[in-house]
Design a protein around this ligand. Structure first.
Ligand code: NAP
Length: 526
């Protein structure tokens, strides 16, 4: 038997997809015959106090059924804005509860946020978390409203009028910008834009990416920087087996890039990348360090006690100095370099750094300069915004008016727009859980106003505002078309990168002609 610790588990789904025989299923999907295993698994807690009940299928306080509350007529109905991991984990938590309805609104015709557009294509395994999300979307009380932009097609007030609560899980869609001279020249950009281009995000599909120079400099050394360095130095035949966008694959096949320098302003002990990503990188690519950085690593090793940092330093200490000629494109990790300006007249020709400790100038020639200094949240219309932290001010997920310190009725946040752009996919599991817990507590306490109209009124409103609405069946048609296009070349999928192509594929979903009508029919029957 396999034991999964329910406290440590973040439902990332990796074990589910890794199991070759499909023997691992989420607790919420156990059938009656399998339920005894909940108890058997729970008995593995040696020190579980006798009075603690077995874990329920959801850790949430149960939603009080509408019928038991005199003033309440409608079952809990929640709008979730955004469809990335935080949104889908929140939907999953809510749908485990009896009778709760969830409508997910997403501005693209395709769901799953950064899992589709942010995870590097050579990390297909990470993208398997969408299998968990697919199961959530199949729930009969779940609806997708894709290709709908909240703030444009429908307002916050309109959503709130049709739901008890609106939960924003919109992520951090902007980049932190590095304000130095020369950024903005052709040949400069951000790593997150490059990742979106590689992943076929329709908004970035036409980004001019010039790979005709031997060197790329990436400023910042977080996991995003490692992702782009790894993909920029990958064998295109390897990438051709992934879901990378066709335009990116074509560009990589012609790439002249031989070296990617990942430049950090601080020292090795402050590397922002995580240990697993460093180990993954060094096992897949030639990664080198200049001799002076090697010496710095050894000096740090002598003084640092934190075990994780020490482990990173030990991996770094085993890297070569790059003096031997490289047979394949390689990655150079560089430390103590503060970017001053991008060199070049009409386009980027390199980066002028100052050595952080001494101020001495250091020039690195490059044809592409990418900043990778983090994502940034964006103001949501009609909600308060904390400019400094670039998050929606909140208390454990309840949106708070910073003027009064009071919760904004019916408004909630989860994921990066709640806590800032840190953590991996699974971190959103507990983050969303906390928000859903607050939301359900407010519902149970009678603090959330019943929607003014039923689900069909919402579907009618949305269909009237956006005739090109894509529903769950539409998304499944897009998904199936992409997978079919990929199968021909032995790829997991070949993505559509143009919204018009996505809409054409969605229109091929069964029960056409009207997607709005299909959704309405489904809502009326459920
Ligand atoms: P990040 O981890 O916050 O790294 C930002 C980097 O930018 C740091 O090296 C930072 O250096 C540097 N920086 C910030 N301001 C700078 C400035 N003005 N000049 C020069 N350098 C500057 O950001 P990220 O790489 O975008 O990642 C965001 C989150 O997503 C992280 O939690 C990351 O772990 C996660 N992620 C995870 C995976 C994965 O699990 N595979 C993949 C991608 C992303 P200082 O430390 O000196 O400030």
């Amino acid at each position: 038997m396999l034991y999964i610790d329910p406290v440590a588990c973040v439902d990332c789904g990796a074990c589910v997809s890794a199991c070759p025989v499909g023997a691992i299923v989420p607790h919420s999907k156990l059938d009656a015959a399998q339920l005894p295993f909940v108890e058997i698994n729970a008995s593995f807690y040696p020190d579980r106090p006798a009075d603690v009940k077995l874990p329920p299928t959801s850790k949430l306080a149960p939603v009080i059924p509408a019928a038991q509350v005199r003033t309440r007529r409608r079952p809990l109905t929640v709008a979730i804005v955004g469809s990335g991991p935080a949104a889908m984990y929140a939907a999953d938590e809510l749908l485990v509860q009896q009778g709760v309805r969830v409508n997910v609104f997403e501005k693209l015709p395709t769901p799953f946020g950064l899992v589709r557009a942010g995870v590097a294509p050579d990390h297909q395994h990470t993208k398997h978390v969408t299998r968990l999300f697919d199961r959530v979307t199949e729930h009969r009380r779940f609806n997708f409203y894709l290709n709908i932009e909240v703030g444009r097609h429908v307002s916050h007030a309109e959503l709130l009028a049709h739901h008890h609560a609106v939960l924003y899980a919109v992520g951090a869609p902007d980049d932190r910008r590095l304000d130095i001279e020369g950024m903005g020249l052709p040949g400069t950009g951000t790593a997150t834009e490059l990742v979106a281009w590689i992943n076929g995000h329709p908004q970035y599909a036409t980004l001019p990416i010039d790979l005709s120079h031997e060197r790329v400099v990436v400023i910042g050394n977080g996991n995003v920087a490692l992702d782009v360095a790894r993909v920029l130095t990958a064998d295109p035949d390897e990438l051709a087996r992934t879901d990378i966008a066709d335009h990116a694959l074509r560009a990589f096949r012609k790439s002249a890039v031989r070296e990617v320098v990942v430049a950090a302003r601080r020292g090795p002990a402050h590397s922002a990348f995580t240990l697993p990503e460093l180990i993954g990188l060094t096992s897949a690519r030639e990664v080198v360090l200049d001799p002076e950085d090697q010496r710095w690593v050894h000096a740090d090793l002598a003084s640092v006690s934190d075990p994780l940092t020490r482990h990173k330093l030990e991996v770094l200490s085993g890297l070569g100095d790059g003096s031997a000629p490289a047979s394949r494109p390689r990655i150079r990790l560089a430390y103590g370099l503060t970017p001053q300006r991008v060199a070049g007249e009409r386009r980027a020709a390199g980066v002028e750094f100052s050595v952080t400790a001494t101020g001495a100038p250091r020039h690195l020639e490059a044809g592409l300069v990418l900043t990778s200094i983090g994502y940034r949240g964006k103001l949501i219309r009609d909600l308060p915004f904390d400019e400094a932290a670039a998050v929606v001010p909140n208390d454990g997920g309840r949106v708070v008016d910073p003027g009064t310190g009071l919760p904004v009725a019916g408004a909630y946040a989860a994921g990066w727009i709640k806590r800032g752009p840190t953590g991996f996919i699974g971190t959103n599991k507990s983050c969303s859980f906390q928000t859903v817990q607050a939301l359900v507590a407010d519902f149970n306490a009678g603090k959330l106003t019943d929607p003014a109209a039923g689900p069909t009124a919402l579907a009618e409103l949305v269909a009237a505002r956006q005739p090109d609405l894509v529903d769950s069946a539409g998304w499944r048609a897009i998904d199936a078309a992409e997978v079919a296009r990929g199968t021909v070349d032995g790829r997991p999928r070949r993505k559509f990168t143009d919204v018009a192509d996505m809409l054409a594929a969605a229109a091929a979903a069964p029960q056409e002609p009207s997607r709005g009508r299909r959704l309405l029919a489904r809502l009326r029957s459920s």
